[in-house]
Design a protein around this ligand. Structure first.
Ligand code: ZN
Length: 351
């Protein structure tokens, strides 16, 4: 199913590019700007089994996007300035803002140097448990378990199931199945199941967070760079919409308070963990507003329009997806045609 979806997306991007339809759609869907969403930025790896590859782009691809934007005279601005321009209805120039979720160390080592080449700011959304070194990155733990296992046993929906993971294709199929199963579980259950899989297959789960994420000490230096803005991304990276209102509020407020006290700077922007419709909806948009965040970004696909000013805690983004690192799609992504196609040709999707 995931492969099918990937193929549809790739075919859609290709069709938009080759037909030139993105130029025709531009006046309607290009909006006034875009907020790009990234996770990891690091050099490509060779491994055939990379189920989380959609979450990483190579420094070259980021450079190509920045160069594309600069050549079109599009301003590259902080999320704070996005907020200001929306508030002031200042749309005299098109803009782009780069947001990177989770707080990975490669953001400092690979993204920041590329951004610096263009004197372009970046916004990094930090999960406080990840900075603390105690976070659970279960999607990466799952990748590591499957990478080393030749078969996996799990009880999926009360049924004892044995999944073949002996070939790259089997590993990908097993990952898709287990990922969908785990994502539908309550947070504590995901952690329990993943901890059991890691123990059984010899994966050092606590090390994953410390290996990949910036610590508080690293973040303190990182935030000193004038190009860097830090935002909040919850305490534990849970699906907020599945929590009680009290816990969802706590995840937003305390995640933010911990960053503020560690980095001694105000935190006024939020990214919802997962950020799709099943993880962030009307209740979360209202909670973020009540908590005083100036903006909150989702992972719903879309450009920014003047009317986004009325939905500052439900902002859409354009994903720079590691599966589609083809420079020919850059004009398609900035035209808004691709995201318009993916979100059903809605300009605003904030319900
Ligand atoms: Zn995240």
């Amino acid at each position: 199913m995931k492969q099918f979806r990937n193929n549809v997306i790739r075919a859609g991007l290709g069709a938009l590019y080759f037909t030139g339809a993105h130029y025709l759609l531009r006046p309607i869907f290009s909006g006034v700007g875009a907020i790009f969403m990234l996770h990891h930025v690091r050099p490509r790896r060779d491994a055939e089994f990379q189920p989380n590859r959609h979450l990483e782009v190579a420094p070259d691809f980021l450079r190509a996007m920045l160069s594309h934007l600069r050549s079109r005279g599009i301003d590259i601005i902080t999320i704070d300035e996005v907020h200001q321009r929306l508030r002031e209805r200042n749309f005299s120039r098109r803009f782009a803002s780069f947001t990177l979720d989770d707080g990975y160390r490669d953001n400092r080592d690979f993204a920041l140097p590329v951004m610096r080449e263009f004197d372009a700011p970046l916004n990094v959304f930090v999960v406080s448990d990840f900075a603390e070194g105690t976070g659970k990155l279960w999607w990466i733990a799952l990748e590591m378990v499957i990478a080393r296992a030749s078969a996996i046993e799990a009880v999926i929906g009360d049924v004892a199931t044995r999944l073949d993971t002996s070939t790259p294709a089997a590993k990908q199929a097993a990952f898709d199945r287990l990922h969908d199963w785990l994502r539908a579980l309550p947070g504590d259950d995901i952690q329990r199941e993943i901890a059991a899989l890691c123990a059984r297959h010899g994966v050092d789960e606590p090390a994953i967070c410390r290996d990949l994420c910036m610590s508080w000490d690293e973040l303190k230096l990182f935030v000193d760079d004038p190009l860097v803005t830090i935002g909040a991304h919850s305490i534990t990276h849970c699906n907020l919409a599945r929590q009680t209102e009290e816990i969802a509020r706590h995840e937003m407020a305390i995640g933010r308070a911990r960053i503020e006290s560690a980095l001694q700077c105000p935190i006024v922007h939020l990214a919802y963990p997962y950020g799709d419709k099943i993880a962030a909806g009307a209740r979360e948009f209202a909670l973020a507003r009540a908590a005083g965040f100036k903006t909150a970004v989702t992972t719903r696909p879309g450009m920014i329009f003047p009317e986004s000013a009325d939905h500052l805690t439900a902002l859409a983004r354009v994903s720079l997806n590691g599966n589609y690192q083809d420079t020919r799609i850059l004009p398609v992504l900035t035209s808004g045609a691709a995201t318009a196609m993916w979100n059903g040709f809605r300009r605003i999707d904030a319900a």
